[in-house]
Design a protein around this ligand. Structure first.
Ligand code: HEM
Length: 76
C-alpha cells in the first residue's frame, strides 16, 4: 500500500504542530507537499537538522517513510 500523508506522515509531524507556524504547517498536506524537498533535506541532514536539538532527530525508518511518500506521489 502507498504511503499516505494522513495515515503515515501527519502522525510523525503532529507532535511538532505549531512550532513552525510562521513558516508552514507541518500537519497541512498542501504545505508539506509544497516544501517536501527542503523538509527531506532538513530531516535527513545531520548538519542542518530538523527537528532542532535538543529534540531527537527522526528515526531512519521515519526518514525513509517520508522519502517513500514522495516516491509514491504524495498520496493524501
Ligand atoms: C520533524 C519536524 C520538523 C520539520 C520537518 C522541520 C522542517 C523545517 C524546514 C524545512 C525548515 C526550513 C524552512 C525554510 O527555509 O523555508 C525549518 C526551519 C525552522 N524550523 Fe523546523 N522543522 C521541524 C521541527 C521544528 C521544531 C520542533 C522547531 C522548534 C522547536 C523548529 C524550528 C524551526 C526554526 C526556528 C526554523 C527557521 C530557522 C532555520 O531555517 O533553521 N522546527 N524547519
Amino acid at each position: 500500500m502507498a504511503v499516505s500523508f494522513s495515515n503515515d506522515i501527519m502522525p510523525i509531524f503532529n507532535q511538532f504542530k505549531g512550532q513552525m507556524m510562521w513558516r508552514f504547517d507541518l500537519t497541512n498536506y498542501d504545505h508539506v507537499k509544497a516544501n517536501a524537498s527542503i523538509i527531506y533535506d532538513r530531516i535527513s541532514d545531520p548538519g542542518g537538522p530538523m527537528p532542532p536539538p535538543p529534540l531527537d532527530p527522526l528515526s531512519s525508518d521515519q526518514i525513509q517513510l517520508f522519502q517513500q511518500w514522495i516516491n509514491d506521489g504524495y498520496q493524501p
